[in-house]
Design a protein around this ligand. Structure first.
Ligand code: 8DG
Ligand code: MN
Ligand code: MN
Length: 374
């Protein structure tokens, strides 16, 4: 044993929802490598493999120190044979052959470029790739009929792939808040997703809306959307109605991981100068026609009934892996079912008005949003 190489970790729990995972950690070189392999597996629709790499990366993110040698990993959970092999390679050679091959592969590059179009998933991208379409411009020239989301996705491709900054998220929050208060005074709005976890940039901005008087939130989304549309803030929107069945025993039990809240996937038109009342974001967008004073930003809006707010908040704060681990913990360790609507202990509905209460019901230490970056 080389001295000083032992990690001062006694034991690390195996579910990500049992650990604190900060945004900034000590093993970025290793987690970047594993994330590429996870992404590649997801793009190849190999979900199981993707989750295995994501779990290994999340474990490394939660360690209090930089890993310098593979011997330090002995006894740690979540590290499968494949992940360990990649980690060892990176520790010894600085790079992993598999990661290098992946990032340089035509298929990976094309799949990333195509799924980078809003409205395009792995299945569609793969079909196009097989037809020789590798880029958004190939797609435009192909003459394929695109749906409304995909047309918007191609139209605003570069901007939507530009990270959204915190000031931009704040500016959008002010606009959404104005809309929400104009159509339903007393309604409450919370920033969720990555920004709630403390991220400084994101691929979109996510908001959760509710009202303390249960029932007042019903039908809220179309009104908010109409207000935003009338003011010229929306470049695209698709609203889905609430499809949730509620009985006196509590919200219906989840049929799948998808939730059924009233929601809106949108593309905002955000001013980047001081013309409007929005915050100056100091960014100029270059287009084919020269610079312009606004940019397109992806925004997700979700409306929840007040009684389900804590579950919705927990379910939409992420990270995606953290959510997945919470549900896995609930089922396998507690025989409970957790969704963004409710928590069930077999047939019994467990009420909660805060995230702290949900963690307590699950027998878990409370993990604050900034430590859910698994
Ligand atoms: P980013 O945008 O900063 O890149 O990261 P993020 O904010 O963590 O990712 P996101 O894709 O915006 O997702 C935010 C959270 O919302 C994440 O935990 C997953 C969750 N979420 C969806 N769609 C759905 C859904 O249909 N149902 C539920 N329950 N959660 C969802 O994105
Ligand atoms: Mn987000
Ligand atoms: Mn989102």
């Amino acid at each position: 044993e080389k001295p000083g190489l032992e990690l001062t970790v006694v034991s690390v729990p195996s579910y990500a929802c049992q650990r604190h995972t900060p945004l900034l950690h000590h093993n970025t070189i290793l987690t970047d490598a594993l994330s590429i392999l996870a992404e590649n597996a997801e793009l190849s629709e190999n979900e199981g493999r993707g989750v295995a790499f994501r779990r290994a990366a999340a474990l490394l993110k939660s360690l209090p120190q930089e890993v310098r040698g593979a011997e330090q990993l002995r006894g740690l959970p979540c590290l499968g044979e494949h992940s360990l092999r990649v980690i060892k390679e990176v520790l010894e050679d600085g790079v992993s052959h598999e990661v290098e091959t992946t990032t340089h592969s035509e298929q990976f590059k094309a799949m990333k470029a195509l799924t980078g179009i809003f409205g395009v998933g792995a299945k569609t991208a793969d079909r196009w790739f097989r037809e020789g379409i590798h880029t958004p411009s190939n797609l435009q020239r192909s003459g394929h009929t695109l749906n409304r989301a995909q047309r918007a996705g191609v139209c605003y491709y570069d901007e939507l792939n530009l990270p959204v900054t915190k000031p931009e998220a704040v500016a959008i929050g002010q606009i959404v808040e104005r809309a929400v208060h104009a159509v339903l005074p007393g309604a409450e709005m919370t920033l969720i997703g990555g920004f709630r976890r403390g991220k400084q940039t994101g691929h979109d901005v996510d908001f959760l809306i509710t009202h303390p008087d249960e029932g007042r939130e019903e039908g809220l989304m179309p009104k908010v959307v109409s207000w935003l549309e009338a003011q010229g803030f929306l470049l695209y929107q698709k609203t889905t109605g609430n499809s949730y069945l509620e009985s006196k025993e509590g919200p219906a039990r989840p049929a799948s991981n998808m939730d059924r809240f009233e929601r809106c996937f949108s593309i905002f038109r955000l001013s980047t100068d001081n013309e409007g009342r929005e915050i100056q974001t100091g960014r100029e967008i270059q287009t084919g026609e020269g610079p312009r004073s606004w940019r397109a930003v992806r925004v997700d809006l979700v409306v929840s009934p007040y009684s389900q707010f804590a579950f919705a908040l927990l379910g939409w704060t992420g990270s995606k892996l953290f959510e997945r681990e919470l549900r896995r913990w609930a089922i396998h360790e507690k025989a409970m079912t957790l969704s963004s609507h409710a928590l069930y202990d077999r047939k019994r509905y467990l009420r909660a008005s805060s995230e702290e209460e949900i963690f307590a019901h699950l027998g878990l230490e409370y993990i604050p949003p900034c430590d859910r970056n698994a």
